[in-house]
Ligand binder design. Structure first.
Ligand SMILES: C[S@@+](CC[C@H](N)C(=O)[O-])C[C@H]1O[C@@H](n2cnc3c(N)ncnc32)[C@H](O)[C@@H]1O
Length: 227
């Protein structure tokens, strides 16, 4: 067995704190050897123009999605499926797991579908996925009320993150009780005004609790829960 890297130690400490404080389910698994194997397979089977998802963020998404209590995951702004691939592979053996990516860009959706298909086949996975070429700011009937256990907000409209509030308003009834919401990029300088309004909205809204901003990398990630 190899020794843990600084990044692995950091993520382990963060998950210990998140589970102790009931931000995430207690069964979020942390296996370095399994992760190193899966990471190689994911990177060998994915092709995309670029991403701001860093290695430590990959590891975070993979670990949070390893919980068997999380069944349905939705990514708003899935692009070529990079974040989605870590959220899929963390629960790849879970036959109750379904991951949905929604993006308005049709070319990116074709790429995401191909990427995820290759990853699922290589890992011989039981989890299912679909990519929806839709506007995430419109409600979708194909997703049931109270069914989303984890979602990842990452739409970027004309270089702004203002629409995160709209996403919450449109989708909050689709979230399960205690469902986890992740929002990417709270630490990016150019989004500071958007995130001030977003954080104020979360803190003053009874539909949400357990809010924290995790400074994992230069983008950061918000985590909070649907009450
Ligand atoms: C920063 S990228 C997302 C990166 C991605 N999460 C990843 O893992 O690499 C933002 C994405 O939001 C998508 N987007 C912007 N507005 C949208 C909308 N209204 N509905 C769905 N997707 C949208 C864009 O097409 C783009 O692919």
């Amino acid at each position: 067995m190899k020794t843990s890297t600084a990044e692995e130690v950091k993520i382990k400490k963060i998950f210990d704190w998140l589970t102790e404080n009931h931000f995430v389910p207690e069964d979020c698994k942390f296996s370095n050897d399994q992760y190193r194997y899966i990471r190689k397979q994911v990177l060998n089977n994915i092709s995309l123009p670029g991403t701001t998802i860093t290695p430590i963020m990959e590891r975070f998404l993979y670990t949070i999605s390893s919980s068997n209590r999380i069944k349905n995951i939705v990514v708003f702004g899935s692009y070529y499926g990079y974040a989605l691939s870590w959220l899929l592979s963390g629960g790849i053996d879970n036959q109750d797991r379904n991951v949905v990516g929604i993006d308005i860009d049709s070319e990116a959706c074709v790429g995401a579908n191909q990427n995820l298909m290759r990853i699922k086949n290589t890992l011989n996975g039981n989890a299912t996925f679909s990519i929806e070429n839709q506007d995430a700011l419109k409600e979708m009937d194909c997703i049931d009320d109270h069914s989303i256990d984890l979602c990842f907000l990452d739409i970027d409209v004309n270089g702004s993150k203002k629409e995160y509030i709209d996403l919450l308003e449109i989708w909050e009834d689709k979230m399960s009780q205690g469902g986890i919401i992740l929002a990417h990029d709270p630490l990016v300088d150019k989004f500071q005004e958007d995130f001030s309004a977003f954080h104020e909205f979360i803190k003053t809204n009874d539909s949400f609790s357990h809010y924290v901003t995790l400074p994992l990398d230069f983008c950061g990630i918000d985590l909070f829960k649907r009450t």
